[in-house]
Design a protein around this ligand. Sequence first.
Ligand code: RAM
Length: 381
Amino acid sequence: MITTGEFFVEEEEGPVNMQSRRLLTGVICAILLLANMGAAVMAQTPVAGGTPAGGPAVSATPGQPLKMMLLPKFLGILPFDQAHQGAEEAAKELGNPTALDFVGPTAENSVAGQIEFLTNAPAGDYNVVMMSNNSGDQIVPAAKAAQEAGVKVVTWDSPIPNGEGESVFVAQVDFTETGKVMADMALSILGDEGGKFAILSASPDAANQNAWIAAMQEALKDPKYSKLELLEIVYGDDQSEKSTEQAEALISKYPDMKLIMAPTSVGIVSAAKAVQDEGLCDSIKVSGLGVPSEMLEYTKNGCAPEFALWSFVDLGYLTYYVSYLLGTGAIQGVAGESFTAGRLGDYTITKDPTRPDVDARRILMGPFTVYNKDNVEAAAK
Ligand code: RAM
């Protein structure tokens, strides 16, 4: 290796040339010193392994082994299977040599079952748990214990309401907008004269449905929805039989009810079927959030003329990317960090604006799609 010293001894030169070369040596040394100082400062940044908040989008380094659990509210319904499909797609792309575990409780045992899965995650050597929370804030002690044991807890679909024990929430859509979308669908179905409607929700502990219902009630304060009157909120626990019973009870309790709004993929199908089976689709309509393939029949026959949803496949895919980046230390989950999530492109972590009073961070996916008889068939394929 040639050093600066050797460089000068080997050459024959006059005093002026010698002087300018000494000057050049000084400049080079100063530059090297500054470069070293810069490297030292960078090594001390708190987000070592990632990029500082506000920096360029971080890309994942594939092939790192991470044990990851995808924990839906419960097993056995199409949206969660679709999220699983998306997560597997990302797992393959990222070349994680450790297989993804898709596990969950039954719908009947959702709250206690989720708490148990999360409680056992550290002993199972998981690096990340990706959870659609169905246990409200009851999940917090288990989530905090998991975090303290070094397990990242990423929520998707349904967050931890108070944000405690949650690294970051991957939101399918903006929760405030969900309230407006539901109010708009009700108005568009019922027309200017409006009417009375009831809400058939999932379970009383479901953070996502609770937030959407609160957002809809807030949206309804706008005078343009003044003809929409909310009768009651009932809960079918995301179980078909219970949701059907609840829909039937609403139908017999409120003869003047014009609409059932169900912000759950299980509830909306149960309500549409109940209304159809009673032969009441001309007088009672159904709307809410549903999967196109499950709603096709009811949208085509006019029982459920409009409903909305997002892509659960993309939600699972994005959640896996976020979790892999967090688990490998490429991102820290702080507001301002940007990252690339494969085919979905770049995202930035922000403070969650829909939970303004708590310390929680969000990644927003979107978009919403509103389905009707014109586009439901294509989406159902
Ligand atoms: C059900 C679940 C899920 C919700 C959808 C709309 O599948 O409750 O959490 O996002 O409905």
